[in-house]
Design a protein around this ligand. Structure first.
Ligand SMILES: [Cu+2]
Length: 515
């Protein structure tokens, strides 16, 4: 049947998909679920335009950039084994100063990162080395592995030097790898694909300074709000549920600086997955969803009593109201969720009792900026660590209490941590920010994809300014695939810390300290 496929294409290609279907995003009117593009017969073929966009909120107007004319862009839904083709078009036309490495630069150059997907880091897949210049387009084609775990991920630009401006400004969208029928307990499967809750934080003061430094002539803010916090592009929208009803919320924090500590008093939060990976034993009762910038959480939510509640993020000094939860209508009879162990694919097999083949110490440190193992990012071919394909790696983390550590392509399993209700030994993450300092140890398997492994702080202003490094997975049975650890990388030059960057560091420290 061709028509569903054509409909998908229409969704994907329509630059103003909301308007075309008679929908407008109205503050607080609904929860603003992004338009969805779903694969058909194993294929998803979409056009994604990175374009100028004007955000109009209750008290602010921001000239920024977004995907397909909407914050967030379309949600792409597909399954393990699918082929996902995205024709990515950079519609920029303005000045694009080259700038210097590890400073904000090239405001009109971009590319696409599939945050959380377990796919190759080489072209035409998740290669963030690509530079897609203004007016250029690139055909991405992702082969989703047949054993890819179902989960919630997201996409966003990742050109070193312009990531904070682009992602912080609103250019992102959600990715969902679907659950095959019959793989989840009936009461979880009955929640369906669930609701997409894509949060973002537009720090207008920081972004204005970043735009200015990079020579951008487009980004501008009219209004006085310094922290525009959005859910699906809306200010405090309303979600509706029945008393006793279970809903699956796919929370994505498309964030670039702050952390969110999400609470919903009077309701039950059962954690199913973090960063798109099911807990080794689910569900887990939690009081707070701790989302670093870039983090995701799949949560089963149930509110027993009719009423109006507020989904909010509470840190020590900052409270953001995120949504109004209206619990109304006929009460639904429901049971607690039974404990369940999801069968994990080979690349996510439990490594708690598996000896590592190699170890590596990763230290992300610094104040307003930060660095990876005390060196600034130099190039896409300097490697901090070489790892053989098919081995188990054990990495120790330092600095993850101030700088959310993100590793592309390969999620990692926590084997040692100062645990809290949200972070426990055995959990998998791809972005980790902890409340306690000290060392965290993780393990992962270099199971499938030879190529560069990108490591960076997910405070993207830090990443743009040098807080990024690379490891490399080489195929030991291919004599031509070699890797050498780079010696004598230049030390990060000391520099003055702008006020806003210091502020971000303080906010993150406060946020971390309160959990
Ligand atoms: Cu950082």
């Amino acid at each position: 049947m061709l028509w569903p496929f054509l409909l998908c294409l229409l969704w994907a290609t329509a630059p103003t998909a909301w308007a075309q279907f008679g929908m407008t995003k109205t503050t607080g009117a609904d929860y603003g679920a992004p338009p969805t593009v779903t694969s058909v017969s194993g294929k998803l073929d979409a056009v994604l335009d990175f374009d100028y966009h004007t955000y109009s909120g209750p008290s602010d107007t921001v000239k920024t950039r977004a995907m397909n004319g909407s914050i967030p862009g379309p949600t792409f839904v597909f399954s393990a084994g699918d082929t996902v083709r995205i024709l990515f078009r950079n519609k920029m036309t303005g000045p694009n100063p080259a700038g210097v490495m590890n400073e904000y630069r090239t405001p009109e150059t971009t590319n696409l990162h599939t945050h959380g997907l377990h796919v190759s880091s080489l072209s035409p897949q998740d290669n963030v080395k690509l530079e897609i210049l203004p007016g250029e387009e690139y055909q991405y084609e992702y082969q989703i592995p047949k054993d890819h775990l179902p989960g919630t991920h997201w996409y966003h630009p990742h050109h070193h030097g312009s990531t904070a401006l682009h992602v912080g400004g609103g250019a992102f969208g959600v990715l969902i790898v679907q659950d095959p029928a019959g793989t989840l307990p009936a009461e979880v499967e009955a929640m369906g694909m669930g609701q997409v809750l894509c949060f973002s934080h537009m720090g207008t003061r920081a972004l204005t300074e970043i735009a200015s430094t990079s020579g951008d002539t487009w980004f501008s803010v009219t209004g006085a709000t310094q922290d525009i916090v959005l859910l699906n592009g809306l200010t405090k929208p309303k979600l509706t549920m029945q008393p006793g009803e279970w809903q699956r919320w796919r929370m994505v924090f498309a964030g670039v600086d702050e952390a969110l500590n999400i609470v919903l008093n009077s309701c039950e939060l059962q954690l199913l997955a973090k960063d798109g990976v099911y807990l080794t034993s689910l569900p887990r009762t939690v009081t707070t969803i701790q989302l670093p910038p870039g983090g995701r959480a799949d949560v089963a939510v149930r509110c027993p009593t009719a009423g109006t509640y507020t989904l909010s993020s509470t840190n020590r000094d900052i409270t953001h109201d995120l949504a109004t939860i209206s619990v109304t209508g006929t009460a639904v009879a429901s049971s607690p969720l039974a404990t369940f162990k999801y069968p994990m694919p080979a690349y996510l097999t439990d490594l708690l009792n598996t000896a590592a083949n190699a170890t590596f110490a990763l230290n992300i440190n610094g104040g307003g900026g930060c660095s990876v193992n005390n060196v600034a990012f130099t190039s896409m071919t300097n490697y901090l660590s070489c790892m053989e394909l098919g081995t188990v790696q054990e990495w120790s983390f330092q600095g993850q209490n101030a700088h959310p550590i993100h590793i592309h392509v390969n999620p990692y399993q926590i084997t040692s941590i100062a645990a809290d209700e949200y972070h426990q030994v055995g959990d998998w993450h791809d972005t980790l920010l902890t409340s306690a300092g000290g060392q965290v140890t993780v393990r992962f398997r270099t199971a499938d994809f030879p190529g560069p492994v990108v490591i960076h702080c997910h405070i993207l202003a830090h990443e743009d300014r040098g807080c990024m490094g690379l490891a490399y997975i080489y195929n030991g049975s291919n004599a031509n695939d070699t890797c050498v650890v780079s010696a004598a990388l230049p030390l990060l030059a000391p520099r003055s810390v702008p006020f806003w960057a210091a502020l971000v560091a303080v906010v993150v420290t406060i946020a971390s300290g309160s959990r």
